[in-house]
Design a protein around this ligand. Structure first.
Ligand code: FE2
Ligand code: FE2
Length: 282
């Protein structure tokens, strides 16, 4: 299938827009420098359900501080507006994903484990290096592969083709390029971020998490997230139904991380992912 045809099909496949409530909140969050906290809180609070959902997420494992977060004001103060935005996006993607028909035997639950693995690894790496905000990095993990969900929704036949191509020994990313005329889930996620008018920082994580060198915006975050994603993908490859037939060691070595850090993250991944799977369900 040609590139133009792929995007035409996605365009025609009735991908839902952002719910109006979320859109209004995102518009408020657009410029953090001029963010009027009171107005934002009022906006979120005016959609009662949104406030309840957000507070519920923020009082669970990865976001729980030493104390109970009682208000949105506290949540924004401690976790920042961008983390709020990512949690809202997760809630949107979850409801979008719930409507997928699983036409391809796509292992959504296992794929979701990889996303949570990337969240856990990104949180851990950010904590160890002190380079980025661990909570924000965790929340990126929830949304970074939205392009894959769009492929499942709009182009299910290509999921099967990608899997076939991968049997030749290609990575999942390269198999996508071969099966989709050079297009990858990064490009498709990028398309969705533009459709939803998401901020560039989020779009950049979605659009460059496999090619961090290709962007200069929030590059600290994109590089750190890329490393977390590779570690999680290596661990979850077989669970994801995405098998690669090549040695992953050089890929991990190329991350330039202390091998002890990689070992530590791999050790904590299964338990941590299991712990948060109920909370960030799919
Ligand atoms: Fe990805
Ligand atoms: Fe990923």
């Amino acid at each position: 299938m040609k590139k133009e045809e792929i995007f035409a099909k996605i365009n025609d496949s009735n991908i839902p827009g952002l719910p109006p409530a979320i859109k209004e909140v995102f518009a408020e969050l657009k410029n953090p420098a001029t963010l009027d906290m009171q107005s934002l809180i009022e906006k979120i609070a005016s959609f009662g359900e949104l406030e309840t959902l957000l507070l519920k997420q923020f009082n669970k494992n990865y976001f729980r501080k030493q104390f109970h977060i009682k208000s949105l004001h506290e949540a924004i103060r401690y976790f920042g507006a961008r983390t709020i935005q990512n949690i809202l996006l997760y809630l949107v993607i979850r409801s979008f994903s719930a409507k997928l028909l699983d036409k391809t035997g796509f292992l959504r639950a296992n794929y979701w484990r990889h996303c949570l693995g990337a969240s856990v690894a990104a949180h851990e790496l950010a904590t160890i290096t002190g380079d980025c905000d661990p909570y924000l990095m965790f929340s990126y993990g929830l949304i970074h592969d939205i392009g894959i969900f769009v492929i499942e929704h709009s182009l299910p036949e290509l999921i099967l083709k990608i899997r076939e191509v991968q049997k030749k020994g290609l990575t999942h990313f390269d198999a996508e390029k071969e099966a989709m005329d050079g297009v990858t889930h990064e490009d498709i996620g990028d398309w969705l971020c533009k459709k939803w008018e998401l901020p560039d920082e989020i779009r950049n994580i979605v659009a460059y998490h496999h090619r961090p060198h290709a962007t200069s915006l929030n590059s600290n975050e994109v590089f750190l997230f890329h490393k977390a994603d590779v570690i999680s993908a290596t661990y979850y490859e077989s669970l994801m139904g995405i098998y690669s037939f090549h040695d992953r060691k050089p890929v991990l070595d190329a991350l330039g991380l202390d091998p002890a850090i990689i070992t530590r993250i791999k050790e904590i991944l299964p338990d941590e992912v299991n712990k948060i799977r109920e909370i960030f369900s799919f």
